[in-house]
Write a protein that binds this ligand. Structure first.
Ligand SMILES: [Zn+2]
Length: 191
């Protein structure tokens, strides 16, 4: 699948960057440290936080920034695990939603299973819907898919016990995070 292909190449890019920064003699060690850093923020979350943060509905990729003219192709808005309840513009740094651009409208969408989902948005003067939160859901879902795969890769490169010692959590906990992320992804994929 094209989507999987893209995610794999992102992982490769991450490993290349990690390797370049570390300049360590062992290629094996470079990959391992880069992956450990990549999964660290997710490892710090509780199970409840992970379940809460993995979106329960499909996200929306194309959402522009109404506050600036930076960037192109409605790809200005992004999201990070450090501030998971917000999205931000990569060019003017504004965070959404906010008082000036509130998500004060709601689009209701019924999926193939008959479940209704709400998509809050803000409308500009031309009637363009800005789905700030849904953009966050899109990026968050990709992030957790990456984390699940990084954990799987780490499992192959190190022992789960090593990881547990590094993060102060049990090997079982690491397996749970990976399993929950993958399960939640499957649920979301059917939406
Ligand atoms: Zn902007």
């Amino acid at each position: 699948m094209a989507n999987n292909q893209r995610r794999w190449s992102m992982a490769s890019e991450l490993l290349v960057v990690a390797g370049a920064i570390l300049m360590a003699p062992s290629a094996e060690a470079q990959d391992l440290d880069g992956l450990k850093r990549a999964v660290a923020p997710a490892m710090a979350l509780s199970d409840e936080e992970i379940i809460e943060l993995i979106p329960d509905r499909a996200g929306i990729y194309f959402v522009g920034c109404p506050n600036c003219s930076g960037g192109t192709q409605e790809n200005q808005i992004s999201w990070t695990i450090e501030r998971p309840q917000e999205v931000f513009c990569r060019f003017c740094d504004i965070r959404y939603p906010n008082d000036k651009y509130p998500d004060d409208q709601v689009l209701r969408v019924t999926n193939a299973r008959g479940d209704e989902h709400e998509y809050p948005y803000w409308d500009d003067a031309d009637g363009y819907h800005h789905f700030f939160q849904a953009k966050g859901w899109y990026v968050a879902r990709e992030y957790f898919q990456d984390v699940a795969r990084w954990l799987a890769e780490l499992g192959g490169k190190s022992t789960l016990g090593d990881l547990g010692a590094k993060y102060g959590v049990s090997a079982e906990r690491i397996r749970q995070i990976e399993k929950r992320a993958m399960e939640q992804m499957r649920v979301t994929a059917t939406v």
